[in-house]
Design a protein around this ligand. Structure first.
Ligand SMILES: *Cc1c(COP(=O)(O)O)cnc(C)c1O
Length: 371
């Protein structure tokens, strides 16, 4: 066991040595050819790895919450109506953002934590109103529920409603096909399955979404959140030219470029399969220990699991795991928060780490039950 505890939370997560090393050298200027090359290459990687040939990528200083809000402002204007497919904590956050920007949010909520609305229910809800956008949380970090984005976006596309995908807890651990799935906006953050430090928001707008934004009568009320303010900078960097709107975190850009190139070398297909394998092994281990998942079995994600405490065990389990060198997260859905914990299995976390973690989990349960 290493002296330093292993991060098995939904971000920040463990970093590869080469990503860490990228943080440790003196920063280039944001106008330096080295930085421009890394930035430009990262934008190309984001577009390709999100499954698009021509979407406009953005790499902006901020967390996943910034990415959510920036993407939302690109698709939605005051007075619009937005259908929020609600699978947990971060869908609730999206609904709040919709209301803050002066649009109307209607939620299509899961019946219970761990379940999800069906594409048929989405069709019904979208047909019953006039919506300007629908938002989906690919993997909800609070429950570990994964939506079948292809099926949901097929419905929305058929009904002509733009789709915003919150991929903060899924991108680089689950398949995302922006073009094939007709996604207007896709977003994530650096610290989850990309395995880079927190601090950068990654997002892409489809060409159609960008064209609608450019022809909109009113501008985004916030300068920083306005994708059109960032657009010239992103285009310049991709053309390997210097540009400035707001100072990029140059060390983080280096680290993210490194993590993106690791993903590129592994291959997105191989990376998603590896995550699926790790998740399957973890769930089998949970079954052996008699621990039920929060997510319905068919909705369980590759990247995170919500796990109910067994009878007679409580949040002391989180402390017992910490003593054994593992940091996991507590419950987040208010109605069941004290009944479950969450384990992230993404990025650099592989089968050896999961096997060791399962063994520590078994030991921790035994310790708590013998109290
Ligand atoms: C973590 C997360 C967010 C918020 O990201 P921050 O970087 O914490 O702001 C949003 N949506 C989902 C699905 C997440 O997992």
């Amino acid at each position: 066991m290493s002296a330093r505890p292993l991060l098995m939370i939904p971000g920040p997560i463990e970093l590869a040595d080469e990503t860490l090393a990228a943080l440790g050298s003196p920063g280039p200027s944001h106008l330096d050819p080295e930085l421009i090359e890394l930035f430009g290459r990262s934008l190309e990687d984001i577009r390709t790895l999100f499954g698009s040939a021509d979407a406009q990528p953005f790499l902006v200083s901020g967390s996943g919450t910034l990415a959510m809000e920036m993407a939302l402002h690109a698709l939605v204007a005051p007075g619009h109506s937005v259908l929020v497919v609600d699978t947990g904590y971060f869908s609730e956050r999206m609904a709040k953002m919709v209301e803050r920007l002066g649009a109307r949010a209607e939620k299509l909520s899961a019946r219970a934590p761990g379940s999800a609305p069906s594409p048929g229910e989405l069709e019904h809800a979208l047909s019953a109103g006039a919506f300007d956008a629908v938002t989906l949380t690919h993997v909800d970090t609070s429950t570990g529920v994964r939506l079948d984005v292809a099926a949901f976006s097929e419905v929305a596309h058929r009904l002509g409603v733009p789709v915003l995908l919150d991929g903060v807890c899924s991108a680089f651990g689950e398949t995302i096909e922006q073009d094939a799935w007709h996604l207007d906006a896709v977003l994530t953050a650096s610290q989850k399955a990309l395995a880079a430090p927190p601090g950068l928001a990654l997002l892409t707008l489809s060409r159609a979404a960008l064209a609608r934004l450019e022809s909109r009568a009113t501008r985004c009320p916030s300068l920083y959140l306005d994708a059109l303010e960032w657009l010239p900078v992103m285009r310049a960097y991709e053309a390997r030219k210097p540009a400035y709107f707001a100072t990029p975190p140059v060390h983080l850009v280096r680290a993210v470029a490194q993590s993106l190139s690791r993903v590129r070398r592994e291959g997105m297909g191989a990376r998603v399969s590896r995550h699926a394998e790790v998740a399957k092994t973890f769930r089998a281990g949970l079954r052996n220990l008699g621990l039920p998942l929060v997510a319905e079995e068919t909705l369980a994600s590759n990247t995170i699991s919500g796990v109910y405490y067994p009878e007679g065990v409580d949040a002391a389990l989180v402390g017992a795991l910490r003593k054994r060198g593992y940091v996991v997260a507590g419950g987040l859905v208010p109605s069941i928060a004290s009944c479950y914990f969450r384990v992230g299995h993404m990025g650099e976390t592989g089968l050896p780490e999961i096997e060791r973690f399962l063994s520590a989990l078994g030991d921790s349960l035994a310790e708590l039950r013998s109290r």
